[in-house]
Write a protein that binds this ligand. Structure first.
Ligand code: FBP
Length: 334
């Protein structure tokens, strides 16, 4: 670790000079606040079974998923933290069918925060790794502010995730590299442990729910067959690594290389059905991966050029090592 450990709040302040002046203070305040709330969520996750916080609250969210107690608790805790920043003009959350406007933080400096409060919820009750994913987009002073988030992924000015695993990790970008921090549970501070992450051009693992194999695009099926086929020269077969939580699979992929993929269900080729949500899962992760030298594709195009038209819109994703993703795209073109 660096001599004087660099805290997350100090690091994000140091990045302000790299940002548009009207947004720099807001980005620093919001990213710093999400870091502090994440430390509280990590605590709550660690005590969940002891505090009756596991299990369902009953009912489904905007995406039709059954809602866990920690989904709602984390959503409420993040929203309260973001309200207190005075910089968040609207909150687009997986746990809220409609965006939550925060008019007191409106105006040109206002930022829209898109968020998946608990990613990988199916892992919660089995003590598997889960995460929080977020992205910041300028509101442009529009009222209401949330519609300003409906645009291409290139509009994101910051993105990040928290991974609640053996250690709690915080990874973020403001468009100048991707940087990783580890939580010091004693102090509740995130300290810089992975500055300027660079994803290897090729990896040796892939993450995908193979149970969906028969519903994939033929190019996707052929690509996974290719990864499974032994070939010393190209270090195949790749090993399958799939945690059930996008944050955990992307974290491994960012650091070690390889691939994370969630392709669309193409049972009806005319109506491909993706699963993961564009604004608060796929686009933020694409920004982070590209800033680490990786690549993020839909199979046929760059994820960051996808234009969001709905708040809970879904998108297919193949991300990770640049050369591995390029190979996947070749299989889609065949
Ligand atoms: P949520 O838990 O936030 O709904 O996230 C979706 C997710 O759990 C991802 O984290 C993960 O990659 C994927 O869905 C797992 O889906 P499946 O169970 O179909 O493999």
């Amino acid at each position: 670790m660096a001599d004087a450990p660099v805290t997350l709040s100090a690091h994000v302040v140091s990045q302000q000079a790299l940002l548009p002046p009207e947004h720099a203070p807001g980005v620093a305040t919001i990213v710093g606040r999400i870091g502090r709330v994440a430390a509280v969520i990590a605590q709550e996750m660690a005590h969940a079974a002891l505090r009756d916080r596991l299990g369902y609250v009953g009912g489904v969210n905007a995406s039709g998923d059954e809602v866990k107690k920690l989904d709602v608790w984390s959503h409420d805790t993040l929203l309260a933290g973001l309200r207190a920043t005075g910089a968040c003009a609207a909150f687009v959350s997986e746990e809220s069918p409609e965006p939550i406007e925060i008019p007191e933080a409106g105006g040109r400096r206002g930022l829209v925060v898109c968020c998946d409060p608990v990613d990988g919820s199916s892992n919660l009750d089995v003590n598997g790794a889960v995460g929080t994913i977020f992205a910041l987009r300028p509101s442009g002073g529009s009222t209401p502010a949330a519609p300003a988030a409906l645009g291409p992924g290139t509009d994101q000015i910051a993105a990040g995730y928290v991974m609640y695993g053996p250690a709690t990790a915080f990874v973020y970008t403001v468009g100048h590299g991707t940087h990783g921090f580890s939580l010091n549970p004693e102090t509740g501070e995130f300290l810089l442990t992975h500055p300027d992450i660079r994803t290897p051009r090729r990896g040796k693992t892939y993450g995908i729910n193979e149970g969906n194999f028969n519903s994939w695009h033929p190019g996707q099926r052929a690509f996974v067959e290719h990864l499974r086929t032994p070939d010393k020269a190209t270090r195949r077969p790749y090993s399958l690594r799939y945690s059930g939580a996008m944050v955990a699979d992307v974290h491994r992929t960012l650091l070690d290389g390889g691939l994370f993929m969630y392709p669309a269900d193409c049972s009806d080729p005319a109506r491909p059905k993706p699963k993961l949500r564009l604004l608060y899962e796929v686009a933020p992760m694409a920004f982070l991966v590209e800033q680490a030298g990786g690549r993020a594709s839909t199979g046929t195009g760059r994820v960051l050029e996808l234009v969001a038209k709905e708040y809970h819109q879904r998108a297919a994703v193949i991300l990770g090592s640049a050369d591995d993703v390029a190979t996947a795209e070749e299989f889609y073109r065949r």
